[in-house]
Design a binder for this molecule. Structure first.
Ligand code: GLY
Length: 256
């Protein structure tokens, strides 16, 4: 099997991105582009074949491709992002994913951002957030239930997406900010709490046995390393100003 990482070029208008929890600060576009290149190189260094979709004009947030789709083994679900400005991002991603998977879709009035979907084994935890609503989560649950996957809704009020608060760093092992999401929801898993001085540190991108992770959270990197995880640090400081993180910038899946 090959591992595909679909990414999307950075849009020159990223300075006009959506912001929900952070104040706007100037993004250095050249630096952001270099960081995005380095992120793609990190994916390639871990064996991913990167497929890069061009940036459509006018879609400031399109680099955050994770929010447009959920790719499962048998099919992909094209999502419906919670903010209207991001919905036109979906069509271009669907064009690429249809080469690999059958496509299903979330319909209005449902909304789901991929950043709210954390899959652990046969469970998808779905953040009920400013971006993902009950209709969207119910539709997703109906779509995946025929394939033995269950969806559990998780109240997500203190951060942009569920995966801002919790992500998987090894099979059944989650990195979590317990101030942003309830640890009891994930009690059956091994939990690694982030360092309390690094509130935004719970988003990690697991690629097999390795973890792509922001270099801006050194205390939490130490914790992950002490747990025996192989951390591949990337500097995403410019995309973090746009409320981006490591999972948001790619869609990862296997294909023969
Ligand atoms: N700027 C990322 C988002 O709001 O979706």
């Amino acid at each position: 099997m090959r591992t595909i990482a679909v990414t999307r070029e950075l849009n020159a208008g990223i300075g006009n991105c959506e912001l929900t929890f952070l104040p706007r600060s100037e993004i250095d576009f050249g630096r952001a582009q270099q960081q995005h290149q380095d992120y793609q190189s990190a994916l390639a260094s871990l064996g991913c074949e990167t497929v890069v979709i061009p940036a459509p004009s006018g879609l400031a947030d399109s680099v955050f491709i994770e929010d447009t789709a959920l790719v499962l083994d048998d099919f992909a679900v094209m999502l419906r992002p919670g903010v209207a400005s991001r919905r036109p991002e979906v069509a271009g991603v669907a064009e690429v994913l249809r080469q690999y998977r059958l496509l299903k879709a979330i319909e209005a009035p449902g909304t789901v951002d991929g950043g709210d979907l954390l899959r652990v084994g046969s469970t998808i935890f779905a953040g009920l957030s400013t971006r993902s609503n009950q209709s969207g989560i119910r539709q997703l649950s109906n779509i995946v239930s025929d394939y033995g996957i269950t969806v559990e809704t998780v109240e997500t009020a203190k951060c942009l997406h569920l995966k801002s608060a919790v992500s998987e760093v090894a099979p059944g092992t989650l990195l979590i900010n317990p101030d942003w999401v309830s640890s009891s929801t994930f009690a059956k898993f091994e939990l690694i709490p982030i360092d309390e001085k690094e509130a935004h540190a719970a988003n990690a991108l697991r690629i097999g046995a390795d973890v792509i992770y922001p270099s801006s959270f050194p205390r939490t990197i130490d914790k992950l390393a002490r747990r025996g995880l192989n951390v591949v640090p990337v500097d995403l400081s410019e995309l973090q100003k746009a409320e981006g993180a490591v999972t948001c910038c790619s869609l990862i899946f296997s294909t023969p």
